[in-house]
Write a protein that binds this ligand. Structure first.
Ligand SMILES: Nc1nc2c(c(=O)[nH]1)N[C@H]1C(S)=C(S)[C@@H](COP(=O)(O)O)O[C@H]1N2
Ligand SMILES: [Mo]
Length: 457
């Protein structure tokens, strides 16, 4: 790629996005306009909220004030009186000073807030585990509440002994506990054709990671017997959307899990309580929540979510189906549009981020400060586990001049993340899912950080 001729493409401003909606509106048939208009109005509010929301705090001015009398060497005010009762919050809550660390939605993105998505705030997270209350939520029919005593899992089709399991039955099987990232294939989909919103929470917030506890499906199949003709497993949810998908038997017998706990506690309702399917490293849509049925057969089911949806339209007009696995990906989380370097002095500094691959371990992460002309090896700062978030940092002396920063990860298959231009050359302009191109942030001299893309001129 010739960098001298590259150009930088910016994230649109709110005004530009509203104009774009107005233009699309004109092109719509009249009947459809009214519906779209409703979304258009929300669009402007949402775009602004998505960009500004992250900095907003729910604290009063008094609570945010820094009183010099309350700094060392003075005895600080919280050291002069009794604190709260130890069990004031039987289920503990983060500090009130962290009340802006929440999931967020983009209101105009979906027609309602039930078939919708709420994004993980990576700009505020450290380490490799996403707390349960911040795991992204993607639903096609809303969140349902299931009484665990009424939960049943039917396993049938090409098995020797069909069963209907209770939660207690499931928990009697030997369990495993494993850490994995979890992502919707639409993570970064808004970046597929150009920079989307100016927000890390939106560009990469359909990604989370957890320590999962559950039972390998292989373990259950060893007990009930899988017939040799079985080549596929159909998994079905019990919510109104159900979101059934066909899973090839190789994956089922490798590391597919029936998960009942996340980060030490029961799954949250949003994530499929009491039991969800987990297919480590694979796209989220195939990992059925609120599971009710597993059926084994010798062929796939060709359901909606694997034929008309979640396929990739290629330049030659063919659609790629069954595109399950995530390739190597990464993003710089600090700085990012929500957490810029405003007010920062030149000098020793660092950029930090996350990398992940559905194909195994991350072996290497490089960081660029000049829009991809030169790359420097980053330091891995966390455990390196297969199909799991890996943390990296890169240290340098910032001279206070503008930068275009980005990261690219390589996984144990030797595959390295592509540039956006390479991805578009290979996949055309109609793809939206599995967008794993290098994410660039522009850092201005005043510290402001913007979502940009580098394209061949
Ligand atoms: N039953 C059911 N399973 C489902 C869904 C759903 O709406 N219903 N959404 C799917 C999609 S598209 C994704 S990305 C993941 C989201 O899981 P999460 O909400 O725990 O992040 O669940 C998948 N499994
Ligand atoms: Mo998804």
């Amino acid at each position: 790629m010739k960098h001298e001729k590259d150009r930088m493409v910016h994230s649109p401003t709110t005004a530009e996005m509203i104009q774009e909606v107005a233009k699309q509106l004109e092109e719509l048939p009249k009947e459809e306009r009214r519906d779209f208009l409703k979304r258009g109005v929300a669009f402007s509010v949402g775009a602004a909220a998505a960009m500004a929301g992250a900095g907003a705090s729910q604290l009063s001015a008094e609570e945010c004030k820094v009183d010099p009398e309350n700094l060392p060497p003075h005895i600080q005010k919280w050291g002069k009186a009794w604190g709260r009762d130890v069990n004031a919050y039987p289920y503990g809550m983060p500090s009130k000073y962290e009340s802006n660390v929440v999931r967020r939605i983009v209101p105009w993105l979906t027609a309602d807030q039930k078939a919708s998505v709420s994004f993980t705030p990576w700009q505020d997270l450290e380490g490799t585990i996403v707390p349960n209350g911040l795991h992204f939520v993607r639903c096609h029919g809303g969140v349902v509440d299931i009484n665990p005593k009424e939960w049943r899992l039917m396993i049938h089709g090409l098995v020797e002994r069909p069963v209907i399991l209770t939660l207690e039955d499931l928990k009697r099987y030997p369990s495993v506990t494993r850490k994995h990232f979890f992502s919707c294939p639409a993570n970064s989909a808004m970046e597929a054709r150009g920079p989307g919103l100016n927000s890390l929470q939106v560009t990469h917030g359909m990604l989370s990671s957890s320590e999962y506890t559950g039972v390998l499906i292989k373990t259950i199949l060893e007990d009930i017997g899988l017939k040799p003709e079985a080549k596929w497993m159909f998994s079905e949810g019990s919510d109104p959307a159900s979101v059934g998908r066909s899973v090839p038997i190789e994956k089922v017998l490798d590391d597919a899990m029936l998960v009942y706990a996340m980060n030490g506690e029961a799954l949250r309702p949003e994530n499929g309580y009491p039991v969800r399917l987990l297919l480590p490293g694979w796209e989220g849509v195939i990992q059925t929540k609120w599971l009710r049925r597993l059926k084994f057969d010798d062929k796939a089911w060709w359901v909606r979510e694997e034929t008309t949806k979640y396929t990739e339209l290629l330049p030659d007009g063919h659609a790629k189906m069954f595109n399950w696995v995530f390739e190597s990906d990464s993003v710089i989380t600090s700085p990012c549009p929500e957490r810029g370097w405003e007010g920062r002095k030149p000098g020793p500094t660092k950029v930090a981020g996350i990398a992940w691959s559905g194909k195994g371990k991350i072996t290497n992460v490089d960081v660029t400060l000049d829009g991809g002309k030169t790359w420097h090896e980053a330091k891995i700062t966390s455990e390196v586990l297969p199909k799991m978030i890996t943390r990296f940092e890169f240290y340098f002396d910032w001279d206070g001049k503008p930068l275009i920063i980005g990261s690219r990860s390589t996984d144990e298959t030797g595959y390295t993340q592509p540039e956006q231009q390479q991805l578009m050359d290979a996949r055309g302009t109609e793809f939206v899912y599995h967008r794993n191109a290098i994410q660039y942030w522009e850092v201005k001299a005043n510290g402001e950080v913007n979502n940009v893309q580098i394209r061949r001129a």
